[in-house]
Design a protein around this ligand. Structure first.
Ligand code: 5GP
Ligand code: ZN
Length: 162
């Protein structure tokens, strides 16, 4: 029986923190009792609990993935889109995980303000025309594919179609 306890403990320790493993036989029973504590969601640097550990933008913000950062402040990070739709195609991303526009709360207004001011700052750094287009997709039917709020910042060509 002790061999089995050890084996099961090893398996569990591989996926979660092992808290307690007891053979209830020692207390007179026949069943194995194992209690595990699952990993606690990590806070990002803005103090908000990430809603998903699978969020690619949260991983980029945490530098868990290689990324070239175009600009950054306390609230916002800007990266180049991996599949640009214009000569200049940046993504303006809040450091706080907010899934989409629908998820915004009153308290998030300063963050959205910072995102807009970041667009203004990016425009000033453009060579040539400082015209730009901001796009935010909300929901899969609108083309949202990454469910962490972001503005697409597009520039470098005439965009007169809408
Ligand atoms: P959405 O479709 O949600 O409005 O925009 C998501 C954008 O993120 C897409 O334009 C896509 O090309 C971009 N994207 C997805 N994964 C990555 C990535 O790993 N790195 C970068 N730089 N952009 C990404
Ligand atoms: Zn995220």
């Amino acid at each position: 029986m002790h061999y089995y306890i050890f084996s099961i403990s090893l398996i569990i320790a591989g996926v979660a923190e092992l808290v307690d493993a007891r053979d209830s036989k020692s207390r007179g029973g026949d069943t194995l009792s194992v209690r595990v504590r699952l990993p606690v969601p990590k806070n990002n640097d803005k103090g908000s609990v990430m809603e998903t550990t699978d969020c690619i933008f949260c991983k980029i913000i945490a530098r868990q993935l290689p990324v070239e950062v175009v600009a950054e402040n306390d609230e916002v990070v800007v990266i180049k889109d991996i599949a640009p739709k214009a000569p200049v195609h940046y993504l303006i991303i809040p450091k706080k995980h907010i899934a989409d526009v629908n998820s915004l709360k009153q308290a998030d207004i300063p963050i959205v303000g910072e995102m807009l001011l970041m667009a203004k700052k990016l425009a000033k750094g453009l060579s040539g025309s400082q015209a730009f287009r901001l796009i935010v997709n909300n929901g899969p039917d609108a083309g949202q594919s990454v469910f962490h709020l972001h503005f697409h910042f597009l520039s470098g060509k005439k965009m007169l179609d809408f």
